[in-house]
Design a protein around this ligand. Structure first.
Ligand code: 2P0
Length: 324
């Protein structure tokens, strides 16, 4: 009747950017990510026989509106699976800067799916849990696993073959990520809206989708060989191609701020000085920098010195979903 789960967010190295089905969240391409131990959500789901609706408290504050609706709609899926018509008290602690380009929805829905199914007495395999989680938020299906995970888009229209699979566990490679925080303000175009606009109107969208299979194949070889240059350069190019699609949309938009560009240039300069560092950017202005443990001090110092950078948070590769 009550369960608590913890899930980490993930950073996509091959991005998910486009849906072929918005209702059950089916993507237009496979994506691949690294789960991060620095950013997580812890969620407790407690079922109450006497409730007539769900309650959702995030960081101590009751949540209403669209965010609340996404949670209750997701709990409806779990209720249907369990065959139980019982409402829940959901309490989440988010250790992720919300809606600033960090996928808090990834750790959020992964933790909710795990705690929710356990509280309802349903036992799912990781694959089944990933498939369910996908319907809360696409990128969340990758957070079920630690280390590197790939979300396979699947071919079916019912979503039965669309879920993430593990690619390499945490122990495989100590690849680090520095989250460079420029602004913690809410972004103007949500990733959901941005993706939709891109699919519907950007003439660059087909080019983006067609570029994925080669990137995926090569980055998986790079991960296997722990080849920083290969993994980093593919991730960087894939990120730039994703962001290029937004400039072609109608109306056009970008998630980048001026400081975003400065961070990108600084990362390139680090490389010119012999420090292997590569950037990737999600649907927000913040930049994530991939680096190796031996370069941690240099990378952190250089990033912190950039005017307009408000914080730098370092993260290792993180574990998959756990029950507490
Ligand atoms: C990703 N992003 O692969 C990409 C890269 C943002 C840029 O997944 O609509 O919150 O809930 O499925 O997963 C952010 O989108 O979108 C995202 P929904 P989600 O991480």
């Amino acid at each position: 009747m009550k369960a608590t789960a913890k899930a980490h967010t993930n950073i996509a190295l091959i991005k998910y950017w486009g849906k072929r089905n918005e209702e059950i969240i089916l993507p237009t391409n496979n994506s691949l990510s690294l789960t991060l131990d620095g950013f997580y959500t812890e969620t407790t789901v407690a079922l109450h026989e006497d409730y007539t609706e769900d309650h959702f408290i995030l960081d101590g504050q009751p949540v209403v509106g669209e965010q609340y609706k996404r949670v209750t709609t997701f709990l409806d899926l779990i209720r249907k699976l369990a065959g139980k018509n019982i409402y829940a008290d959901v309490r989440s602690i988010n250790n992720v800067p919300t809606a600033a380009g960090f996928a808090s929805s990834a750790s959020g829905f992964a933790a909710l799916a795990a705690a929710g199914t356990k509280a309802m007495g349903i036992h799912l395999s990781e694959q089944e849990l990933s498939r369910l989680t996908r319907q809360g938020s696409g990128s969340a299906c990758r957070s079920i696993y630690g280390g590197f995970a790939e979300w396979r888009m699947g071919k079916e229209n019912d979503g039965s073959d669309s879920y993430a699979v593990p690619i390499a566990p945490v122990e495989h490679w100590d690849l680090r990520v520095a989250a460079v925080i420029l602004s913690s303000t809410m972004k103007k175009v949500s990733s959901r809206e941005g993706m939709k606009r891109t699919v519907e109107s950007s003439p660059f969208f087909d080019g983006w989708v067609n570029s994925i299979p080669k990137d995926l194949e090569e980055i998986k070889e790079g991960i296997k060989a722990r080849n920083m240059e290969k993994v980093g350069s593919i991730a960087e190019a894939n990120c730039l191609r994703m962001h290029a699609t937004t400039l072609g949309a109608n109306p056009p938009f970008t998630y980048w701020h001026d400081t975003t560009l400065t961070v990108m240039q600084t990362v390139k300069q680090l490389r010119e000085q012999g420090v292997p560092a590569y950037f990737t950017i999600d649907a927000g202005p913040n930049v994530k920098v991939l680096y190796l443990p031996e370069n941690e001090k240099t990378v952190e110092k250089v990033l912190r010195e950039i005017p307009g950078v408000t914080d730098v948070r370092l993260s290792k590769s993180g574990q998959g979903v756990t029950y507490i």
